[in-house]
Design a protein around this ligand. Structure first.
Ligand code: SF4
Ligand code: SF4
Ligand code: FES
Length: 247
């Protein structure tokens, strides 16, 4: 028998002075293999064309469709309605600037974070376009690739208690980015340089280690391992800086 799904959806348009935050209810008959993306599209096409939400790839690749699904950050395009109860509450991801309804601006947050952590290979070697591509050890290349799989969906930031309390906290996505460049032998930054970026409460020492980030990451990034790796490396760097002659 077809289930009727009831969606309670946050509505607010910050650009409209007459708009006030509230929840709207929509009922949608469930279809086979329905995802939240399909349900939201049906609501927009059949019931309310003003409903705002983001999507691009519909395949868990672009990271645009993150939202709180019954309180948990997740990707709408990868969430099957058959895994959900009859009543579903949808809210925009917290922390990011609200564009309207379920749509948030993760791009500005990620751009600022990339700029803060210097998200590129820092080297004084001149680029030679005619040189042969350099080889990298396969195991190391795979390790770096694993961390490059982040799709910037913002779910780990939205699920992080520290990010809620500290506006400038780098969050798991930012710390993961730093770990990626620490692994890369082409990046000539020293431990001290990285300590300058993440060696405080806005960085690794603000992380409470309860791993909400790893629980909600839809791409299954090894965030727990990276946070542990950074905590050890930066803790040792802090100790070394206190030793006689420490830098
Ligand atoms: S482990 Fe750290 S980064 Fe992850 S959710 Fe907790 S405080 Fe945030
Ligand atoms: S680390 Fe995971 S949850 Fe965080 S932004 Fe990247 S893909 Fe999304
Ligand atoms: S639409 Fe691209 S990840 Fe969901």
């Amino acid at each position: 028998m077809t289930r009727n799904l009831t969606f309670s959806i946050f509505r607010y348009n910050p650009m409209d002075r007459t708009s006030t935050p509230h929840m709207d209810t929509f009922v949608v008959p469930e279809t086979s293999s329905m995802t939240l993306f399909i349900a939201l599209t049906r609501i927009r096409e059949e019931q309310d064309p003003s409903l705002q939400f983001d999507f691009c790839c519909r395949a868990g690749i672009c990271g645009a469709c993150g939202m709180l699904v019954n309180g948990r950050p997740n990707l709408a395009c990868k969430t099957k309605t058959k895994e959900l109860p009859d009543v579903v509450t949808l809210l925009p991801l917290p922390i990011f600037r609200l564009v309207g309804d379920l749509s948030v601006d993760t791009g500005t947050w990620f751009r600022e974070m990339y700029s803060r952590v210097g998200s590129w290979i820092h080297t004084d070697r001149e680029f030679d376009p005619l040189a042969e591509e350099e080889r990298m050890d396969n195991a190391l290349a795979n390790e770096i690739y694993e961390l490059e799989r982040c799709i910037e969906c913002g779910c780990c930031i939205a699920g992080c208690a520290t990010a809620r309390m500290r506006r400038d906290f780098l969050g798991a996505a930012g710390l993961n980015r730093v770990a990626r460049f620490m692994l890369d032998p082409r990046d000539q930054r020293t431990e001290k340089d990285f300590f300058e970026i993440i060696g405080d409460d806005e960085g690794i020492f603000g992380c409470m280690g309860l791993l909400g980030c790893e629980d909600v990451c839809p791409k299954g990034l090894p965030l727990q391992d990276q946070l542990g790796f950074l905590r050890r490396r930066m803790g040792l760097a802090a100790i070394r800086s206190f030793l006689p002659g420490g830098k």
